[in-house]
Structures are given as C-alpha cells and as structure tokens.
Design a protein around this ligand. Sequence first.
Ligand code: ADP
Ligand code: MG
Length: 712
Amino acid sequence: MPVGDPALTLADLAGIKVTQLRGVDQRTAERLLGLEISTVLDLLQHYPRRYLDRTRQATIGELLPGDEATVLGSVVSAKSRRLGGRRTLTQVVIADDTGQLNLTFFNQQWREKQLKPNSEVLIHGKYEVFRGQRQMTSPVVDLVGDRTGRIVPVYPQSEKAGLTTYRIASLVTEAINRSRARGFADPLPASVIGRFKFVDRQMALQGIHHPSSMNEMYQARRRLVFDELLRVQLELVRRKQALTTQTKGIAHQMSGDLVNRFHESMPFSLTEAQRRVIEEIGKDLAAEYPMHRLLQGDVGSGKTLVAITALLIAVEGRYQGALMAPTEVLAEQHYLSVRKMLKQLMVPAPNSLLGVRPLRVELLTNRLGAGQRRHVLADLISGGVDIVIGTHALIAEKVEFKALGVVVIDEQHRFGVEQRAALRDKGTSQDAPDVLVMTATPIPRTAAMTVYGDLDVSELDQMPPGRTPIATSAAQSPLAVSEVWQTVRDEVAKGRQAYVVCPLIEESDSLEVSNVADMYAELQSTELADLRLGLLHGRMAAGEKEAVMAQFRKGALDVLVATTVIEVGVDVPNATVMVVADADRFGIAQLHQLRGRVGRGQHQGLCFLVGEPSTSEAKARIEALVASTDGFELAEVDLELRGEGTIMGERQKGRNDLRLASLRRDKEAVKLAREVAVEIIEADPDLRLHGGLREEIELLLGDNEAEFLMKS
Ligand code: ADP
Ligand code: MG
C-alpha cells in the first residue's frame, strides 16, 4: 500500500479479504470462515479471549487441588481408548519443569491429532488429584505454539479444524503490520480522547492483539469497549432524538380533573414511586412530541394504576387510550380490573342531556363474537369507546380509532418492535400517539440503557405498603421436601390454595426432570392424596386449560400442578403457596415471576424452591431468591451471574457489535458512552460533522440494525 494514502477506516478494512494476506490459501480461508472471519476487519475484531503472561504463569508443581488454573506445558503423550459403546476416553499427559499433569477428554478422539508430542499448550481447567494422579477433566486447551514474547494472545479458535491460536495471531500481526504505512483512522473526536485519556485506534488495535504489557492491553480494551458502546448509544440516542424532534405528537391537555377523581376513588393513596412516575409520564404527555417511555416495575408494584392514569389523561383531552396485553387471558384480566377501577367515572359529553356520560372501556380480542366485535370496532371509529383493551388483535388491519392518544403496552413477554410500531401507527391524525411500555421483569439501569436505549425509563421501585413480602425457602433434603408438602396441607386446611410448578412437560431421557403429569399422579397418590388437585400444561387445549383455571379460581381445586403456563397472568388472591420443583432449572427472573403469583391477597405468601442445585450458578440463583424479594436487586444478580446474553437475547439479534464490551463488567463505560452520545447528538443530530462515526455505525450495526432502529 503506497505511503500517503489516507488512514484506513473500518470500512476500508472490511473491503479487504483475508485471502489477500500472505499464506492464506483456500483451506485456511475456509477455516477462517468457520470463525466468521472473511475480511481483515473481521480478523482484527476477532479479539483474544485470554492472554498468556509468561512471567506470571502457574507451574504444575504449585497447583493445589480444587484450583481453577491456567498452566503452560508441553505435550508428552496423547492416547485414546474405547470405553464401551461408542464412547472413547482420551488421556493426554503434559509436563513443565516442575511436574506432569494428566488431562482427560471424553469422546474427543481428535485430541490425539491435535496434541502432538512437544507442542506447547495452554491448559485452563479445574485441577484435581484423583487416586494420587494430578489431573484436569475436559479442560480448555489452547495451542500456543512457539510464539515468543512476554504476553501471548490466546484466540478463540477452531481446534478441530486445525486453526491454532498462533496461526491466527500471526495473521493478525501481518494485518496490523501491513496497515502501518497508512495507519488506522480514528473517528473519535480528539476532545473525547483527551478527556478520557484514551489511546488512539492504532495503539488500541496493536495493544489488544499484541500487547507488550498487561497494562497496555487494559488500555487498549478500555478504548475498544468504549468505541463499541458509543456506536450503539449514538444510534439509540440519534433515533430517540429523531422521534422527539421530527415526529409530531399530541400535546395532551390536562385539567387533572378526571385523573384526580380516579385517584380519589381508590381505597388507598398512591406510593411515592407512583406519584413520581406519573409526573414523569405527565410531562411527556403534555409535551408536543410523542412519548416513548418504558415503565419498569416489579410484579405488584402498582403499574396498572399508572397505566390507567396515562390512558385517562388521553381521555380527558378527548382522545382514546389503548392497552395491549401479550395474551388473551391477560387482556381479559386487565379488562376486568380496569373496568372495576373505572366503574364510577363520568366523562364530559357535550351533546348529551346531562353533559356527562359514563366512561366506556371495551375488550377486543379474537375470542369476541363477530357481532360484538363489529360493534366495538364501530364505536372505536365513532369515539364512543374511550379505552380499549386487547391483544395483538388491536393492531389488526381493521381496527381504526377516532383519535388514539395514548398506547400502553404490557410487555410481560415482550412484544416485537414491529408490533409496537404498528400500534403507534394507529394514530389517525398525523400526530403519533404516546407510547408507554410496561415490563414486570426489570433489568438493571445500565443494561436498560442499551436494551431499551431508545426509550426513556421510569422505575416503580417501591411496593405499596402493607404487603408482607413472600417468604421464600429452599428445600433440598428429603426431610425439607416432606415439610413442604405438610405446609401445603396446612395451608389448604386453612382454606388457602397452592401451586406446584414443574419445568418440562415431556419425559426426557437425558434430563431427570420432573414431569408434570408424573408429579401430579405422584402427589395425588401420596403426599397430597386427600386434596383436590388440578393439572395444567401447555399441551392442553385452550378450552381445557380455561376450565381448569376457572375451577382453581373459584376454589374448586386446592392445588394446581402446572408447568410455567401459569407464569404470567394468573391472579388468584387466595393462593398462598408456590412450590417450584427442580427450581435450579429456572432462571432468576422466571422464579421471581412465579413467586409473584402468590401473596396477592391479604395472606402471607410462601414460596418453596425444591431440589438440590446441580451447579454453583444454580445455587447462587436460589440463594439470591431466598435472600431478596426485590426485582431490581435480583436483576443485578442475574446480570452478574449470566452476563448480558439473555437480556440482549431476542431484542438484540443483529446488534452484534458488542464483541468486547460487557454490560455487566463495563457498566461505567456504558454510562460514559451514553453521556458522550447525548453530547454529540445534541450538537450534531445527523452526525454530519462526525462522518467517521456515522460510517462505522452504518457498517457495524448493519442493515438489520438500521431497520430495527427505523421501525421502532
Ligand atoms: P403490577 O401490575 O405492577 O403487578 P398491580 O397494578 O396489579 O401491580 O397492583 C397490585 C395490587 O396493588 C393491586 O391490587 C392494586 O390495587 C394494589 N395497589 C396499587 N397501588 C397501590 C397503592 N398505592 N397502595 C396500595 N395498594 C396498591
Ligand atoms: Mg398487573
């Protein structure tokens, strides 16, 4: 590459195929493709997963049983033998100056070929002494080769395909060396680099791939993490900004009268948190840009009241409100409780004799009869219906509103972005309705900044008073479990009801998971023989499920043995006990949701997490649930334990630019990136003055992401 050409942008790097690197033949290219590397940019963004610091490596001689350790050694021998059936056992011996270590692998005969005598390997695993032998079972193996240098990067590699970490390292080094003449373009404003004392792109890429000290690597990582987070935040903030400045919303007029009457009709006063959140929402509604807000609040924190308040503000200004629930059952439940809460309310009706008429709430789901449905649809167009509650049926083509003002989306199970957008498009005037999304599975604030970064976030972080927190205990011994059933019998004797939840409905050979039907049969014939048991699972017909639920609701059943179909939307105040079988198979959020099904009435709720956790992580999850009933606190623990994978999940598909950054480890960086993004976008909404950043966002957040961002 001739000197004098402009510095290389990431887009330039994305335009160079790896086959242009020395020695990358077809076979190597295919192997690289297996790691999703086809361009030099892919290669440079294939970051090391670990570093070998030769000066600080443990030696085999100093390992203690139980240590989780990384050791460097060379292969002495590797042999496989059959275990019977198709199973094989491969035993590998490695050694360093201080001793020998045995490695065992099951069904990985290819290790024999991979681990040739005298090759240098980095082993990471749990060290044990078994029958006097030092060993590790199924450790992580990295082929280090004869790389020199104090710090050696260890890359995610394809061991089977024979692409070693040193091969990757030398390709990366070549790419960096050949780029040196032109250098790497740095799109980050110098002022930001200066403020945070960041290293530049050149040093960052060099330092992450080939550091001469661990400190150099940390500085490189800090910079690259920031770059990743900044790109995401810029896009989110840009989009949020676009929504507020380019879309015209409704500036709701509020006298406060209707809302006041509603609040006064409640048998309780609002919590501080409810007041604060309602004020936040009120400000958004009064403004002339559309609201785009997320309400996070634990089960039972009183989100419904907040939602109704938002809908009433719309109604007060002669607009309509819509509440969308993820399932029909939930929609019906919302409908019943909203109707009850709004029963007494009158709204102005200038053309009527009295000048007022009762506020009208309607339900719209696919279960509605054709006649009734037509009726509701017509009255939505005429404006006779003030508030409509429904499922996705609400976004069906035929539904039209006279003047949709506020949309509340109850997102227990997360609507797609498209659905949210479709509902917003129901606004008939060009003015976009205000949107409030509610979720009962809070995620930590820093995570929310990324996952819901396009939304403003309000938190109901306080429970209504007078509620006794659910008492949760773990039952891990047979004795403890039999006490659980005793408690269930006692509670039923007091007139209460109980749930027993099992993780799977089908028998699975490999997993010893309680089968809900087996559980039902067993309880019915043993521990709970004298009680009235019902069975509920996802494979039952809708009508059947309904019938069982109805029986349970009216008290004709004492105990409901169910799968997680009851996770959302079951509201039986008389149920006080939740028994979760094989609790270690559930995630924190799910257990917390399940637990939220009890203690909804005036009686103390009890939750039992049954089963011995099989991993240390499962143990930590169960301990967290026993220790805390605070959904926000549990969300933090969950993020700690599992990382962001699950949170990012569905929603983040295609948003794959976060390679180094972790929402868990890099919380501080998330906040800084957000701040910088807001600064930049406020001064330069379309990134006209930040062409480099803009180009990287387009390149790395990809089409998927762009589309995602446009739609929602
Ligand atoms: P969420 O939807 O957040 O799970 P709900 O809105 O269903 O919670 O409220 C749970 C229960 O708490 C309902 O019975 C509701 O009437 C009651 N509630 C709501 N706000 C308050 C309050 N400020 N004081 C007392 N009870 C409240
Ligand atoms: Mg609710």
